[in-house]
Design a protein around this ligand. Sequence first.
Ligand code: HEM
Length: 118
Amino acid sequence: MGRMEIVYGVLVVLHLIGWAMVLGGALAGLRSATLTPGAFHGILTALVTGIVLVGLASSGVAGHEPNNVKVAVKLVVALVVTGLVVVARRRPEVVTSGYLGGVAGLTALNVAIAVLWR
Ligand code: HEM
């Protein structure tokens, strides 16, 4: 494995941990209708690593080109999740279990898009 492939792999690991923090945070807070602050850092991690991964894959490091349509759809969904997480952080009073269900559902949707869209 080349050095850049290791870098790419580490970024994929961080990418997965990032959105797992969002999904876990949303589910853990369902009962109390609160979103853990870790979800904010998680979605930023997923966004930033995702964008860097697209750049690296476009330059040939991953051994395959990114699917730009798939990535664009994932980016839009991730930006909506980011908006929800930012609002939840600024105005905790608007957070309901339905709101957190939306965060968890959209995150799960992006996992499905990432894995099933080939
Ligand atoms: C909540 C948001 C997101 C979730 C749940 C998510 C989920 C995933 C998952 C499960 C994988 C591994 C799938 C695989 O390797 O086949 C993955 C890989 C990847 N994601 Fe995301 N992602 C999110 C946001 C983003 C964003 C915003 C971008 C870019 C703008 C992005 C770009 C990528 C790239 C480039 C890979 C590596 C694909 C490869 O090398 O084949 N992701 N993501």
